[in-house]
Design a protein around this ligand. Structure first.
Ligand SMILES: Nc1ncnc2c1ncn2[C@@H]1O[C@H](COP(=O)(O)OP(=O)(O)OP(=O)(O)O)[C@@H](O)[C@H]1O
Ligand SMILES: CC(C)(CO)[C@@H](O)C(=O)NCCC(=O)O
Ligand SMILES: [K+]
Length: 277
C-alpha cells in the first residue's frame, strides 16, 4: 500500500493505492506538522483511513496510545510510502519531514518539450490522461486556476493556458467591489440575460468561461481532429453539466475524470519503486 498526495492551491488531495489500484481518495484542508508526524506513525491501513477521513483532521491521541512505545523503539516499522506532487512550495517543505516520502518532479514525467516552470499538476494530469486514453490529449483542469494543457501524438507538450477558475472568478468579484455579493455557482446553466445581481454574476462568469472553453477546444480540434479531451478538477462536474446544456457536441467528446493526477503519479517510475518495495 502507498499514498499519493497532491498539494493543490486550495486543498490537499489524497489517493490510497494498493500497487496499481487506487482504493480510496480523500480531500483535506492543509494539515499541521503534528498531522504529518501522526501519519508517519500509522502502522495499519485502518489508522491511515481514520485520520484521513476524520474532520477536522486533528488525530485522536487515543488512536496511538498503547503501542506508541513499541513504535518509537522499533526500527522495523516503516511509514506508508508517500508520493508527493505539489504546486505550493511552502507546503512541500512541511511534507518533507515525512520519513518515507518521494517528490515527483518534471524529470519523472516522460513528456517531451516541457518548460522548467510548468506546473507538476498539469504535467501529471496530461501524462495520466494520455497514457490512459491515448495522445494527442488535451487536459482541462478546473481547479483553483483553470488550465488547458495539451500534448501531441508524440507525447510532446503542445502548450496550454492558465486562467482564474470558476470559484476564484466569483471570489475576486466579491472581494474587490463595493456592491457585489459572494454568490454560489448554480447547479444548472443560468439564463444568459439576467435581471438581478446574483444571476448577472453567474451568467457573466459561466457564459464567458464556456465560450472560452469552446474556443480552445475548437482550436485543439483544428490542430488535432482526432485529439482527445479530458476534464478534471473540483469544478469538472459542474462545467461538464453546463457544457452538456450549451455545447452538447463538445460534452459528448469529453472524458470526465476526477483522478487524472493520481493516474499520472501511478504511471511514473517513482510509483514503480513503491510497487516493488
Ligand atoms: N468540497 C469542496 N471544497 C473546495 N472546493 C470545492 C469543493 N467541491 C468543489 N470545489 C470546487 O473545486 C475548485 C477547486 O478545485 P480543486 O479542488 O481541484 O483545486 P485545488 O485543490 O486548488 O487544486 P489545483 O491547485 O489543482 O487547482 C473550486 O473552484 C471549488 O468551486
Ligand atoms: C497553474 C497552476 C496554479 C494550476 O494548479 C499550477 O499548475 C502552477 O502553479 N503552474 C506553474 C505555471 C505553469 O504551469 O506554467
Ligand atoms: K503565487
Amino acid at each position: 500500500m502507498w499514498l499519493a498526495l497532491i498539494i493543490g492551491n486550495s486543498r490537499l488531495h489524497w489517493g490510497l493505492f494498493d500497487g496499481k489500484t487506487l482504493c480510496h481518495t480523500y480531500d483535506t484542508e492543509r494539515l499541521s506538522k503534528s498531522f504529518v508526524y501522526y501519519l508517519s506513525k500509522c502502522q495499519r491501513l485502518s489508522e491511515v483511513q481514520e485520520i484521513l477521513s476524520s474532520s477536522p483532521h486533528t488525530p485522536r491521541q487515543s488512536l496511538f496510545v498503547g503501542n506508541q512505545q513499541d513504535r518509537a523503539d522499533s526500527p522495523t516499522t516503516p511509514s506508508f510510502p508517500l508520493l508527493l506532487a505539489s504546486v505550493v512550495p511552502s507546503q512541500t517543505a512541511l511534507w518533507l519531514t515525512y520519513p518515507n516520502v518521494r517528490v515527483v518532479t518534471l524529470e519523472d514525467i516522460p513528456l517531451q518539450g516541457m518548460y522548467p516552470t510548468l506546473g507538476i499538476d498539469r504535467a501529471l494530469a496530461l501524462w495520466g490522461a494520455g497514457k490512459t486514453w491515448g495522445f494527442p490529449m488535451l487536459v482541462i483542469d478546473a481547479g483553483t486556476a483553470l488550465t488547458f494543457t495539451g500534448a501531441d501524438a508524440n507525447q510532446n507538450l503542445f502548450g496550454g493556458a492558465i486562467l482564474p477558475g470558476l470559484g476564484l472568478q466569483m471570489a475576486t468579484l466579491a472581494e474587490n467591489t463595493g456592491q457585489l455579493p459572494n454568490v454560489e455557482l448554480p447547479h444548472d446553466l443560468p439564463q444568459r440575460f439576467a435581471v438581478n445581481t446574483q444571476q448577472a454574476i453567474q451568467s457573466g462568469v459561466i457564459y464567458t468561461l464556456l465560450a472560452g472553453i469552446k474556443d480552445f477546444v475548437e482550436a485543439w480540434w483544428q490542430s488535432f481532429p482526432q485529439g482527445k479531451i479530458a476534464i478534471t478538477g473540483g469544478d469538472r462536474t459542474l462545467l461538464a453539466k453546463y457544457l452538456q446544456s450549451l455545447f452538447p457536441e463538445i460534452a459528448k467528446r469529453l472524458i470526465v475524470e476526477p483522478n487524472l493526477i493520481f493516474w499520472g503519479m501511478e504511471k511514473t517510475q517513482n510509483a514503480q519503486f513503491f510497487h516493488n518495495s
